[in-house]
Write a protein that binds this ligand. Structure first.
Ligand code: HMN
Length: 293
């Protein structure tokens, strides 16, 4: 449906100076992104540090986002954890709190096979009435969604799509076709947002959108209007920024830039790498690039 189209920000979580969740800052970031015209928010994913938080903290962040957004944008709750029980608990909470959809990475660490991953995901799916978006990110989980598991999962009408974070638009397109009519693909790598859209992604979910929402909102608008040359130009501008970002500890850099844009979300949690003095000049240069783009 239209609810899941366009620019969906994988938003940061916000902490206070002690490192505790700051619901005030989470709301401020939600407002900042909504004011920029994004279509949705993806809460507690990789950029959102969901996997570095307790369940209770994850619930606090989601509730703050939902309180501030008041249904004006689509909110997808990432509920992936290491245990089925905890993910189901987060899913039930997300439904009660008013999220529009659920999403989860595959369980990791023990190197699960298809059967176990499928069971885990389906237990989450069956726990609520919410739509579910598979989070396919083999680079971090070590698990790669297979066509056979996808076929099994889409027997449930609640499984509405895949967020795909791999560099292959071929794989994206093949999953799109496999899913059949109405099945949605969400582009993961921000540096190929346009490529993903052209090959069948209905939307993008990305972490760098948060530091330059204007650029992604414009890119989406140009793409929808069929102005591909303009869209490509915007993607080039974005990619010049992402290329610099990738020279830095990326999640820490995103938070530093979000702060420069007016919302202090604190530092990333350990063991994620923090910024150090040597990174400051590049961060400043990046900020100027974004503001002058
Ligand atoms: C999330 O769950 O936070 C993101 O949606 C994941 C997203 O695909 C990001 N990928 C990772 O963090 C691994 C991208 O936004 C990524 O940060 C960006 O493309 C820069 O490479």
């Amino acid at each position: 449906t239209d609810k899941f189209k366009g620019v969906i920000v994988a938003m940061n979580s916000c902490y206070d100076s002690e490192g505790n969740i700051s619901t005030t800052a989470v709301k401020k970031l939600t407002r900042f992104l909504m004011d920029k015209g994004v279509d949705g928010l993806y809460v507690g994913g990789s950029t959102g540090e969901g996997l570095l938080q307790s369940s209770d903290e994850r619930k606090q962040v989601l509730e703050a986002v939902l309180e501030e957004s008041q249904k004006a944008v689509t909110v997808i709750a990432h509920v992936g954890t290491l245990t089925t029980k905890e993910s189901v608990d987060l899913a039930i909470h997300a439904e009660k709190a008013g999220a529009d959809a659920l999403s989860a990475v595959s369980p990791f660490y023990y190197g699960y096979r298809e059967e176990s991953v499928g069971k885990h995901w389906m237990r989450i799916v069956d726990s609520t009435e919410l739509p579910f978006i598979i989070y396919h990110i083999p680079s971090t989980t070590g698990f790669s969604l297979t066509p056979s598991l996808l076929k099994e999962m889409i027997k449930s009408p609640k499984v509405i799509g895949i967020k795909i974070t791999t560099a292959s638009t071929f794989e994206l397109q093949q999953f799109k076709v496999m899913g059949g009519p109405g099945f949605m693909l969400f582009n993961g790598p921000d540096e190929q947002f346009l490529a993903g859209r052209i090959m069948g992604a209905d939307a993008g979910i990305g972490g760098t959108y948060g530091i330059m929402p204007e650029l992604f909102v414009s890119l989406e608008r140009e793409y929808r209007a069929g102005r591909i040359a303009e869209a490509q130009q915007l993607q080039y501008t974005i990619n010049d920024i992402i290329a610099d970002l990738l020279q830095l500890p990326v999640y820490a850099a995103l938070k530093a830039l979000v702060k420069m844009r007016g919302v202090d979300c604190g530092d990333v949690r350990e063991p994620l790498p923090q910024l150090s003095e040597i990174h400051i000049p590049l961060i400043n240069a990046l900020y100027h690039k974004i503001m002058n783009a």
